[in-house]
Design a protein around this ligand. Structure first.
Ligand code: RET
Length: 287
């Protein structure tokens, strides 16, 4: 069911009717996403207390990302709830009034992505001038990648050449970003204590696997305007969001906890006391 106003708005969610199962699954996915992000704000704020002062900003920034993404996802959820009306057995998109859009996600990434990238450089304890330089060099291609993608995604309702041309331009910036992130990872490996050198290496693969989900979600509407594609895309976005922000934040927090312990920060060593690393640091202290 294609209506002119829905098409102008540019999201396939406004073009397909959903079964009750698809509609409810979509609601559930968005609800779980914003719920998880809000809940983990508490975790990240409290986790910062275990860390050496220089690393505390890492989970604090995760808490900021959780708040920002949580609000954006709550907005997507409310939009979803008001964008369809139940007619007979199907949830039919409203052609007037509220219309669903994923464009808010891209707006939100403009805030969260620069924070996620800067967190990496801070966690690896890069010296300050290098930290600023490398963060900026990651943020520039990242923002260009997001904004070109934002422009292109309005083509998903039928203008696939717009979707693909801007998708390719955005991917060029993504490749540039990947090169910059690799530079930070390499600096992170060099700068990590011996026991922790595997962490930046693993974070590199984790980064590629999780950030790589977003272009797939972007391209998905080309497989067809169906309820299953609509739901699959929300699921993909949700998996990508939870892994690239929440689980990523957990990984960085655990890494800086270990670093704090190895650098002799006692509360961190005590927090790790049951693991080999914690006992090692504790025994070096002589207890
Ligand atoms: C777009 C457009 C199509 C091409 C590419 C894209 C990449 C998007 C990425 C987004 C990452 C977002 C994150 C958000 C966290 O809050 C823009 C979809 C390559 C990599 C990590």
């Amino acid at each position: 069911m294609i209506t002119p106003s829905a098409e102008a708005f540019g999201s396939i969610e406004n073009l397909v009717s959903l079964t009750a199962g698809q509609y409810t699954t979509g609601s559930l996915i968005l609800m779980v996403s914003y719920g998880a992000h809000f809940a983990f704000m508490i975790y990240f704020i409290l986790a910062s207390f275990q860390l050496a002062p220089r690393y505390r900003v890492v989970p604090i920034l995760s808490a900021v990302v959780m708040a920002s993404a949580g609000l954006s996802l709550l907005r997507e959820f409310s939009l979803w709830e008001t964008s369809y009306s139940l007619q007979g057995a199907m949830y039919v998109p409203l052609s007037e009034g509220s219309s669903f859009t994923n464009a808010f996600r891209y707006g939100n990434w403009t805030i969260t992505v620069p924070i996620l990238l800067t967190q990496l450089a801070i966690a690896f304890a890069l010296p300050r001038p290098e930290l600023h330089k490398r963060s900026l060099r990651m943020i520039i291609p990242a923002v260009l990648m997001i904004w070109t993608g934002l422009y292109g995604q309005f083509g998903e309702t039928g203008d696939f050449s717009r979707l693909n041309i801007w998708g390719v331009i955005s991917t060029v910036f993504f490749v540039w970003l990947i090169v910059e992130v690799r530079g930070v990872i390499t600096a992170g490996i060099a700068n990590s204590p011996d026991q922790l050198k595997a962490w930046p290496k693993n974070i590199w693969w984790y980064f590629l696997a999780t950030w790589g989900l977003y272009p797939i979600a972007y391209a998905l509407p080309q497989l067809g305007f169906t309820g299953d594609i609509v739901v699959a895309r929300q699921l993909l976005f949700s998996i990508a969001d939870i892994s690239s922000k929440l689980v990523y934040g957990l990984i960085l927090s655990r890494y800086v906890l270990r670093r704090s312990a190895l650098e002799g920060y006692v509360p961190a060593a005590e927090a790790l006391e049951t693991s080999p690393l914690g006992s090692q640091v504790a025994s070096q202290r002589g207890d």
